[in-house]
Design a protein around this ligand. Structure first.
Ligand code: ZN
Length: 134
């Protein structure tokens, strides 16, 4: 597997619009797109920063995974996403190395990407997302 770069850093927030305002007003970073990802019960915003992005994530439901994350750990850094050329190959390689995965198969993420999460128990506590964008 070849990891090309940090694709984005995911940040869990309670209020997407307020947080986007901070990034815009304080840091001069503009949101290029917002999107609802139904199966994850989230609304996300992508904010390009140089060659990577910040992904702000707001739960759309109190029982969604991000709502639960905020409930137990508070707002803040939620995951880091590494971009690969071939996500199927990357997941096969991780499996063959005995790495525990949350997603055995890639699924649709925001921005048309294919994504899969690695279990934080396998990564010393950091939720790692593998992502492929064409
Ligand atoms: Zn992400």
């Amino acid at each position: 597997m070849k990891v090309k770069k940090v694709d984005h850093i995911g940040i869990a927030v309670k209020n997407l619009d307020e947080t986007m305002k901070f990034y815009a007003d304080a840091l001069g970073l503009k949101t290029v797109a917002t999107e609802v990802v139904e199966d994850q019960k989230v609304r996300i915003a992508f904010i390009p920063v140089g060659d990577s992005e910040v992904e702000l994530i707001e739960s759309t439901s109190p029982d969604g995974p991000v709502a639960k994350f905020i409930e137990s750990r508070g707002e803040g850094l939620q995951h880091i996403a590494f971009r690969v050329d071939n996500i199927e190959e990357a997941l096969q390689e991780l499996k063959s190395k005995g790495i525990r995965l949350i997603d055995e198969k890639p699924r649709k993420g925001g921005g048309g990407a294919m994504i899969a999460f690695v279990h934080p128990k396998a990564t010393n506590g950091v939720l790692v997302e593998i992502t492929q964008r064409d």
